[in-house]
Design a protein around this ligand. Structure first.
Ligand SMILES: [Zn+2]
Length: 262
């Protein structure tokens, strides 16, 4: 059964808190949106009079707006973020996308600034993430300005194409997915992959792609859902992070890989 508006708002709020808990966003920067099914509207994490950062997001911080970030639900001193066009234009122009995340995670920031090439080096360690996302080239948007107008969002989307991840050099990332759960877990896995790449770049290690046999095996899995990369797996992983949030447990994003603290 489809989620109600209230359930979708709650999931957007949970996504913001999970991203903050795992260090992908800090203080008040970053936002998550989800399409209101069957409409030209979205639920987007806005800023309000009691703004205290993404870690402390409440369901009330998630407001219903049109794809331009406007609407009656913005009463009470709430306003849509300055980079709302990332969300509105992605949802407007990509019908298969239902959730958009924009964040400034440190690993992706370092990979972008440091020109660290991303390669298909991670297999079953993290669901074949880099195989899924790097075989056709990892999208990199080469500009660091705020995406404050629709035409700038279109520029970014030109580089992003049909990918679900995009590094915005000197700025952050845009992550898309079919649901809040899907996009959130993709964002976490992408940041893990970025931190691994950055650590290897720091160590001066040449990257060796996974074997051709591994690539071929994953090509079949990716093309044949349900697979290890499916949304179903992302939903189960989402439950894990919701439970972490509820129990205030502290677990590093990626065991054995040093956190990048900025
Ligand atoms: Zn930004």
């Amino acid at each position: 059964m489809a989620d109600s508006i209230e359930e979708l708002k709650h999931k957007v709020a949970l996504s913001c808190k999970i991203l903050a808990m795992q260090g992908l966003v800090k203080d008040i920067l970053g936002h998550v949106s989800v399409r209101v099914p069957g409409t030209d509207e979205m639920l987007i994490r806005c800023r309000g009079p009691q703004e205290a950062g993404l870690l402390f997001t409440t369901d009330d911080d998630v407001r219903r707006t049109d794809f331009n970030g406007k609407g009656a639900d913005l009463a009470g001193g709430y306003f849509a973020p300055g980079e709302t066009p990332i969300h509105g234009e992605s949802l407007r122009l990509r019908p298969n996308v239902n959730c958009v995340i924009h964040a400034h995670p440190p690993g992706a920031l370092m990979v972008g600034i440091g020109n660290a090439p991303m390669r298909p080096i991670i297999g079953s360690y993290d669901g074949g993430f880099t195989i899924e996302h790097t075989v056709n080239g990892m999208p990199l948007f080469p500009h660091a300005y705020l995406i404050s107008r629709p035409e700038l969002a279109h520029r970014m989307m030109h580089f992003m194409g049909s990918h679900n991840v995009c590094i915005m050099k000197g700025h952050g990332v845009t992550i898309t997915g079919t649901s809040v759960e899907d996009a959130t877990i993709r964002a976490l896995r992408f940041e893990t992959a970025c931190r691994i790449h950055w650590q290897l770049a720091l160590a001066g290690r040449a990257l060796e792609d996974v074997s051709v046999e591994t690539m071929n095996e994953y090509a079949v899995r990716i093309a044949t859902p349900p697979s290890g990369l499916s949304e179903q797996t992302h939903k189960m992983t989402w439950n894990y992070y919701v439970r972490l949030l509820e129990t205030r447990a502290t677990v590093p994003l990626s065991v054995g890989v040093g956190d990048i603290m900025i």
